[in-house]
Structures are given as structure tokens and as C-alpha cells.
Design a protein. Structure first.
Lengths: 400, 400
């Protein structure tokens, strides 16, 4: 693996497809009809830009795996993905004949029109943006259409060695990108600009080092994303801020984020930073947040319910008398999607298993002052957890 | 408008809401329940990062506009959007009580549980990623849930003066970004790196010039996106390529793209370029593509069916004997979403009206050689069309 491309191997994709087929047999489904880009990528390694143009991958219990999609993806699939054996194209959307009618014709020719079909999109044809169209259920009266999301998503819960390898590589470069970001943080700078600059510098280093081993799979200006995303000063009190209305000032609390897509997988690394000398109030929130993250990290263990990690974090916050500063649960699974099940949430009964990967990111938010959140990506091991992101967490290390 | 922030004014959002309410009255719906981030942004100016956490905006026929969503968006909404008068939060997803049950409780308290409700997401609660949950229809037995996408989307078809203003500002910076990209194109460079570098330089200039007037509304590393997206040499023959496996070489055909988000709106500017002296075959495809784009542009006119523009382009390609090189229709509407109705497609009966904005991007693709596509953003006027993107189109101007 070390000398080859940083993507999931074809052998692993074949094994994923075999597992899906085993489940199709068990549930007596003739085929799995997938429309979600993440699930298609997980099953086959094929990545595409999802638009209003419907596209579906069909994995029959037996026989050729095929895709139905717009003409503009045909050469792309043929070049990139040998596992997809046939491609049935329609000219474009909306077309004189609606694309989903083409799909129905293909499914009929394939003998699937009267079968039990599992799908991840029961009620449509999986086009985004301005897509409109009838549902598959309305068109395939003889078929039995059932929810098949879990045929893929249960496989995604525990990460394979290859997946962990890609996440670790992602983390190494996220750490590098974060170092570069830190060098560029200074009063008077705008976080959007230093984030973009640091992303460019980190991508330059990464591509120089990895060369042809690296290939970006997901659509986006840059596979390296590092910055503050508007979480600057009082803006950091809004966990999902987008853009800062002002430049960085001395005394600001910043919440950073760094992620790098490697083979479709992206880790999550976030840090609370302080520009200049921290004041007592900021120090108190920072130290509490760190204590809460430590408490949560201490609870990661095979056999522990996900809800338990959140409960321990919450208890630690309450003991500090800061329950009013909570805005969200402790974290989420992570892999190809930025957020994946299972959730570190009071409502999540899933029990942790070795190979599950989570973000651990308890946050404290004080409107008008700042937000305080670190996020680390961690993996459950046989007897505890291991950091995938390895980065300083102390106030001293994160004061610039 | 000139000295204020480059976003849609609150007055215009109020007028959009009034139009939505007029339609609610006409269709005897008590409320519109919106979950799509673009539609929420269009109606209110509020932009958020859509995740697995469900979020819905409710515009009742009369009374307070309210939002139901995760706790972590509450401060965000209060700070950013005065039009949203109330926010009903749930702790997080999945929660001990599923968020959509919170939604149902709020709708019940608001007296809407037995009403006719229009929605853009009949079958769910609008969470992405790993979201799972019952549909609104299954929970609100007494309500009549109807498709309400068009209550917003028909308004979006014709752009207002403010929208055109933002698209023009977007185009000015996309042109600037493309200039910078061109300066950086050279054999030996990787398109991902020069794209990211040019995006950084263009954003720096834009923020310096626009200062506090500029605010990025949509989540993303950079509101300026310029580059080739893997459309380098033979890679340009794949319209939706993602990443180039190799560096730029002398003789390569490149297809570029440039877009800048201003107030939520992004124009589309794409150019076919040649590195070094074009060979006769490339020249033939380039000149044909240009002739086809000219033919299509000549057809933009109020009263003309959208399908007609595509037909004229296709006829021009066929006359050149290159019909086999087509992979997609001529273009699409554009605004807040990168692709919006109406489509310049054989199946689109919509008739062009002044104020509609389209991409015009006929493309010719030759597997193994290259792709040839310019994209311009144009607006329908009283008696024809006007370019929103104003950029050189000739082979001479685009040879580096």
C-alpha cells in the first residue's frame, strides 16, 4: 500500500460489494439502487459531481454492476471505474423523455421491474439543485421498493485498515496545514485570507511530497481546508459561523479547523486559540473545555454506549457550573462524510467497537465573548482509543 | 445600494415573503415549510451550513415567521436575521426525542397541525449526511401536506435588479480571478495549485477593494473559485473531471472555470485555453465551439423557448459534422444555485423573459484529445441578451 496511490484498493471495493450482495441475499432483494454520491464512492471508488442530473448505481444480487446517468459522465466512468461494468446514459436533464423513464426502461430490460429493490432514495431519482421528477415507486408498480441505506451504512461504521491509513495520512497533512495557519495568524489579518493562503501552502507541500500517489476525489477548490471559517472573536461563539465581518484583533479567541481529503476520507482537527495574553475569563472557559474533552476522551472504549461519552462530558460541564454554555453534543462518526453515524449524543444507543472513528469536540459558547472548542479525530482500539489527529491542546501551545 | 453591503436588502426579502404569502392565500395553504438552504436563503437572507441536523423555516400565511432547528443555530439566527421572528430549538440530533417530533409539537402549538401546509420536502425533515427520521406526512395525519417548491422557485426564475447587480459584481471578480489564473498557467505547473494560488490572490484584491461591503454567505474555503478542476489535456474531455493526475504540458488544451460568490449569487465564466501553438485539429474544434456559442447567443431573446436555443446550437454542431462530440445541453439558469431552472435543453418549454439569467456553454468533447467549452453568464433583456461575464473568447486571446 505504501508505494501505491492513496485511495481504497479495488480489492477492498470488491469485498465491500460482496458484503452488500450477501445482505441482498439475506434480505431477498434482487438489487441495490444507490443514488447518494458518498455511498456510490464507498461501494465503487467512483466519485462524481452530483447535480440536477439523476444518476444511480445498481448492484444486482448477481450479474453486472451498472450505472444509469447523464451522457456527460459516461467517459468519466469508463476511465475511472472498472467495477462499473455497464453505463446506460440519457442525453441530459430534463430531456424530451425524463431521465427516470430511461432508468425504468433499463431496470425493466434487466428484469428488475417486478423485483424487490433496496434503495437509498425511495422517493426520487437523486438529482439535486433544480431537479424535479416522479418517484421510482410511482413508476415501478410491480416492484417492491424498500429502504436500503443500511446495506451500505452499517459497513461504514467500523473502518478498515485502509480507511484508517487514509485518515492518518489526512491527519498528518491537517496538522501541517494547521502549523502553517498558526504562523500566519496575527492582528490585522483577515481569517479568510490567511486560511486560503495556508491551504495553498500546505497543498503545495503535500503534492510535492506525495506526487502521483495523491489524487483528489471530491469536488472542491482545494482538498486542504484550513482556517477559522468566521470563528474570530465574538464570531467564535457561533459554532457554524461562515465569514468574519472584521479582521483579527489582539485579544481575540479563534476557533480553527483543518481537514484534508485523502482518498475520499477527511479527518477533523480544530483548535481554540488566543491572540495575545488570555484574560482570566477566557482561561476559565478554555481550561474547562479541555477538562471536558479529556473526560470524554477517557470514556472512549469498546463496549461503551455512544450516549455515555456525551453524558460524561455534560456532567463535567455541569460540575463546572457552565451547562448554559453548551450548544451541541460531543461529536460524530467521521469518514467519507464529514459527519456520519454513530453520534456522540444522548439519543445514540450504538455501542463502540474497535475501528470506529469519531470526532471528539465538546464546545462552550459565550455570546458576545467567544467559543471554546477543540476537535480531535480518534479511533476506538481493542482496549481504549488512539488519536488520529496528534496536535498540541494546551492554552500555552495555542496562544499566539 | 452602491455604498452598502453587497447582499440582498431586507426590503427585497420582505417583498419576496409577501409574494410567497400571496401564493399561500391563492392556494389556500396555511404555511410554507422550507428546508432547502437555497430557498431559505432566498426567502430570508439567512445562510447556514446544512448537516444531519434538521432545520426548517416556516412562513405562515399570517403571523410570525419562525424557524425550527438545532440549538447551535439559535444565536446565529438571532444575530443574522431579523426577519426570522422566533426560533424553536432542539438540543441536537438524533436526541432522546427525535427533532422532527419537536417540529411537530411546534407546528401543533402554532395551530398548523390540521392545516394545508406547502413544503419543499414532503418526505422528510431535511437533514443531510447521516440523517434518518420519519416523514412529516406520517406524523401530521390531520394536515394536508402539498408540494410547495414552486412557491419559491417561480420567483427565482426572473432576477431582480439587486440580483443582477450581485451577479455583475460576481462577474467582475471572476474576470479578475481568471486574469490571474492565466498569468499562472505554464508547463510544469499543476492546475490544482495554480487555481488555489489565483483564488487567493483574487480574494485578496477583492477584499481590499470591497472591504466591509463584502460578506461571504455560503460555506466554503473561498468565495473565489478559479482553476481547471482537472480539465487539463485529455482530462478536459471529461466535463465533470475533478482532479488532474499530471502537471500541465506544452500543447495541452485546458478548460477553466471561475466563479465568485457575492451575496449568495455566483456567475459562471469558463474558457477553453491552449498552452502553446494550437494544432489544426484543436483549432477546428475550438472554432466550431465558438461558432456554436455564437449561434446560441444569437438565439437568446424574450419569447423564445429555452429548447430553441439548444436546438440551434445542436444544428450548428451537426452542420459541422461533429454531433458525436456533444455530451450535454447548452446551459442552465443560474443564481443562488450553480444550476437552476430553466434549462437550455430539448425538454424545456419555458419561454425566455427579460431578467432571466443563463449560462451559455455548448461543449465539444474528444476522448483522448480534449474538451472545448466556453461558458458565459448572460441576461435576457427587452430585445435580446446582455453579457454578465465580459471576457475574451477568441483562440488568439486564450493561447498562452
Amino acid at each position: 500500500m505504501v508505494s501505491s496511490e492513496l485511495v481504497i484498493s479495488q480489492a477492498e471495493h470488491k469485498s465491500r460489494i460482496e458484503k452488500i450482495r450477501d445482505q441482498l441475499k439475506k434480505s431477498r432483494c434482487a438489487a441495490l439502487y444507490l443514488t447518494n454520491p458518498t455511498r456510490i464512492l464507498y461501494a465503487t471508488g467512483f466519485s462524481h459531481i452530483s447535480t440536477e442530473r439523476p444518476l444511480a448505481l445498481v448492484i444486482p444480487q448477481e450479474g453486472a454492476i451498472f450505472m444509469m446517468g447523464p451522457h456527460l459522465e459516461e467517459d468519466h466512468v469508463k476511465q475511472d471505474c472498472a467495477l462499473i461494468e455497464e453505463f446506460f446514459s440519457y442525453p441530459d436533464y430534463p430531456g424530451i423523455t425524463h431521465p427516470i423513464l430511461h432508468f425504468v426502461n433499463v431496470l425493466t430490460r434487466k428484469g428488475l421491474a417486478g423485483s424487490k429493490i433496496a434503495t437509498d432514495y425511495v422517493d426520487g431519482a437523486a438529482g439535486g439543485w433544480g431537479y424535479r421528477g416522479p418517484s421510482l415507486r410511482d413508476l415501478l408498480h410491480q416492484a417492491m421498493i424498500v429502504d436500503g441505506k443500511d446495506l451500505v451504512d452499517t459497513l461504514r461504521l467500523v473502518k478498515s485498515r485502509q480507511e484508517i491509513h487514509l485518515l492518518r495520512e489526512s491527519a498528518r497533512w491537517a496538522e501541517k496545514a494547521h502549523d502553517i495557519l498558526m504562523e500566519n495568524i496575527a492582528p490585522g489579518e483577515h481569517d479568510a485570507l490567511i486560511g486560503l493562503k495556508a491551504s495553498y501552502k500546505a497543498l503545495t507541500e503535500m503534492m510535492k511530497k506525495l506526487g502521483a500517489r495523491y489524487r483528489q476525489l471530491k469536488w472542491g477548490l482545494s482538498p486542504v481546508v484550513v482556517g477559522c471559517r468566521g470563528q474570530v472573536g465574538p464570531g467564535s461563539a457561533v459554532p457554524h459561523a461562515v465569514f468574519s465581518k472584521r479582521r483579527i484583533r489582539r485579544g481575540d479567541v479563534l476557533v480553527t479547523e483543518a481537514g484534508v481529503e485523502v482518498g475520499g476520507y477527511t479527518c477533523e482537527l480544530e483548535r481554540t486559540m488566543i491572540v495575545g495574553k488570555p484574560r482570566p475569563r477566557e482561561k476559565k472557559y478554555f481550561e474547562t473545555m479541555l477538562r471536558v474533552q479529556d473526560a470524554a476522551l477517557g470514556a472512549f472504549m469498546p463496549g461503551v454506549a455512544c450516549s455515555q461519552v456525551d453524558a460524561i462530558a455534560r456532567k463535567t460541564v455541569e460540575a463546572a457550573g457552565l451547562a448554559g454554555a453548551l450548544r451541541h453534543h460531543v461529536g460524530h462518526g467521521i469518514g467519507i462524510d464529514g459527519h456520519e453515524p454513530p453520534w456522540l449524543d444522548p439519543g445514540e444507543k450504538t455501542v463502540m467497537r474497535p475501528g470506529m472513528v469519531f470526532s471528539c469536540e465538546p464546545g462552550l459558547y459565550v455570546p458576545g465573548l467567544a467559543g471554546f472548542r477543540h476537535s480531535d479525530t480518534v479511533m476506538i482500539t481493542k482496549d481504549g482509543m488512539e488519536f488520529i489527529t496528534e496536535y498540541p491542546r494546551s492554552l500555552e501551545d495555542l496562544t499566539v
